[in-house]
Design a protein. Structure first.
Length: 639
């Protein structure tokens, strides 16, 4: 507590305050009501206690020098997110942003002139207000909280023009001096992440590195031991900004499109599209710089939804699709022993919606052989059996069949194969690689990689097997496998995946189907092209580059190194592969990904969880967002 002011000084202080009040009023020519003597006497130079300038509250560092102290601040309201009735989205951050009055800035480029005031007391943008509360750092952002009073000072001021910002930032803390201030990004930024769009209304916008149209995973382009790999990833952190929606609500409804309208299927944006003129208040929370919009942005379509699958030619077409936990059972009686929680659809309605999308995607691709990843693992093949029935019900020919593999391994999910029996015939042995050297190569006692499923096929009427398809789903990067197995750049369980790749090659070299047909490794390897597991496969059984047994990455061969099937944390890459034995590669006519999933927001998927009626109505029984991975398709000629 400060010492009481000596009575002899009180007249002097009163005079000083009066003079300051005159300066405050006369110097603020931008005040809309400066000539009207109705500025509240509790504001300006006559306020008691005197308001502390916002730039002094912010200070030149990463945190406020007045942290945990009571303070009064004054300024013009630049934006209010308090669930206003005239806002169609009812966005509510529980407060408003205050900015130093024009002409009263300190001119120091290291201090911000804005602050976020946590208060439900209503304010209007453009009004001058005085707020009293406690200075705190929340999520590393300076805020005024525990606000007891917000006083309208009886005057208005022009809202300051937004400060122009551009990417890349010079450093992760470079935006700090503009915290809580109006900003605008004039650049055309790329929509690169939308995982939290449905949950929190967030979109990550990026400025890709030169020569690229979107952010690409480092290990998509560089080997893990290449010094460029970590540098590449660090660079990307400086090239992104999160466009938020101005609300704290989870699963908002309706959902705000970046152009300020209500998000619809017809007007939806996709990954790779451009957003220009992002304007709003710069905010920091959850380890990300973000903008809460105060004006609509311009969204330009760059990556329109492909109407049909790519042409790959050939006598036979083979595809693989991650069906994202296609389960036909609900509850907790799933897995090979019926003691695991079921995944995927929560009820019959969701299952029908999911199934309709899967069927639409498969029929649109119309492959002769279709590999399935993330399908319910059951001894009676109930999931792949039901899917086959659904395909036949929707197909004019009605000739879809499936490979009966039974339960494979110990996980709740496994792989499957469906095919068109009027075009191809399965030959040889249906083979499953479930040895420990493959599923648990580090001897942890737990199944890590799902068993591989192999089946050879011949064209109908031919006695010669054309190809052995091998459907895989390697251990994910999500859960740790331990020291020596996890890798900083390549993710958790990189060693487990790499050992499995070597074991898979050894198994295939022994011709498990007994047909001698060249193999095609396909599926979700949970590894990007330059990571160890894929590199092991490409070296072939001898492990030496440049020899006759080198395998071929078909997608890279036909689409180049930037082809993607997945997006994670705003970086695109290819986890789903078609890797061919060199003799088969000579017969491949084309290979391509089909961008129906990665670029789409999950608001349009089949899941109804956490969706309001308007969001639930975004669903369509079409191929788009059938999964979170894009399918891969190849064409081959017959031997």
């Amino acid at each position: 507590m400060s010492a009481p002011t000596p009575s002899v000084l009180r007249p002097c202080l009163s005079l000083i305050r009066l003079l300051l009040a005159v300066v405050f009023l006369s110097g603020s020519a931008v005040l809309a009501q400066a000539q009207v003597p109705n500025v509240d006497s509790a504001c300006g130079a006559t306020g008691d206690p005197l308001a502390i300038p916002i730039h002094e509250v912010q200070g030149p560092g990463e945190s406020s020098p007045l942290k945990r102290r009571r303070a009064s601040v004054e300024g013009v309201v630049t934006a209010a997110f308090q669930g206003q009735s005239d806002d169609p989205f009812k966005r509510n951050l529980g407060g408003f942003y205050l900015h130093t009055l024009p002409g009263q800035e300190d001119g120091d480029p290291m201090t911000s002139e804005g602050i976020f005031v946590q208060s439900s007391l209503p304010v209007t943008p453009g009004r001058i207000v005085r707020a009293s509360g406690t200075v705190m750092e929340e999520y590393d952002m300076t805020v005024l909280t525990a606000v007891r009073e917000v006083l309208d000072c009886g005057a208005s001021a022009e809202i300051p023009e937004p400060v122009m910002m551009t990417l890349p930032f010079l450093g992760l803390e470079a935006p700090e001096p503009l915290e809580a201030m109006p900003v605008v990004f004039p650049q055309a930024l790329v929509v690169s992440e939308y995982f939290n769009f449905d949950r929190f209304g967030e979109i990550v916008l990026s400025l890709p590195q030169e020569g690229f149209d979107r952010p690409i995973e480092a290990t998509q382009l560089f080997l893990a031991d290449d010094p460029m790999a970590p540098t590449w990833r660090t660079e990307q952190e400086l090239r992104r900004i999160t466009l938020d929606d101005g609300g704290n609500e989870q699963n908002p409804t309706p959902v705000r499109h970046p152009d300020g309208s209500v998000f619809t299927v017809e007007t939806r944006f996709r990954g790779g599209d451009h957003v220009e003129g992002v304007q709003g208040i710069l905010h920091y929370a959850y380890n990300r710089w973000r903008v809460h919009p105060t004006a609509p942005a311009v969204v330009r379509t760059v990556a329109p939804a492909p109407a049909s699958p790519p042409e790959v030619g050939g006598d036979l077409q083979i595809a693989v699709l991650n069906v994202r936990n296609y389960f036909v059972d609900f509850g907790v009686r799933c897995g090979p022993d019926g003691d695991m929680e079921c995944r995927g659809a929560d009820d019959a309605t969701e299952l029908r919606r999911q199934e309709d999308k899967i069927v639409a995607a498969i029929l649109a691709m119309n492959p002769d052989v279709m590999g399935l990843v993330e399908i319910q693992n059951a001894g009676d093949d109930r999931a792949v059996r039901r899917l086959t029935e659904a395909l036949n019900d929707a197909s004019p020919s009605g000739t879809w069949a499936f490979i009966a593999a039974g339960a494979m391994g110990t996980d709740a999910i496994s792989q499957g194969i469906v095919y068109q029996s009027d075009r191809v015939t399965p030959v040889g042995v249906t083979a499953v690689l479930d040895e420990d050297a493959f599923v648990d190569p580090r001897d942890t006692g737990l199944g890590k990689n799902r068993p591989a499923l192999a089946q050879a096929f011949a064209a109908v009427g031919s006695q010669e097997a054309a190809v052995t398809v091998v459907v895989n789903h390697f251990k994910s990067k999500g859960s740790e496998c331990g020291r020596g197995d996890d890798d900083l750049l390549q993710g958790s369980c990189n060693g487990t995946r790499s050992d499995a790749a070597a074991a898979l090659l050894q198994w295939l070299d022994e011709d498990p189907t007994g047909t001698g047909a060249p193999w095609l490794i396909m599926g979700d390897l949970n590894a990007y092209p330059k990571e160890d597991p894929v590199q092991v496969m490409l070296l072939g059984i001898d492990g030496v580059s440049g020899t006759e047994d080198d395998a071929v990455d078909l997608v890279e061969l036909y689409q180049g190194p930037n082809a993607y099937t997945f997006v994670f944390d705003g970086r695109y890459g290819r986890l789903d592969h078609m890797i061919a034995h060199p003799s088969l590669a000579q017969r491949v006519t084309g290979a391509a990904t089909w961008a129906i999933n990665t670029d789409e927001v999950d608001l349009i998927d089949s899941d109804t969880t956490y969706k309001g009626p308007s969001e639930d109505a975004l669903y369509r029984p079409d191929p788009y967002r059938v999964s979170d991975h894009d399918p891969v398709i190849i064409g081959i000629t017959l031997p």
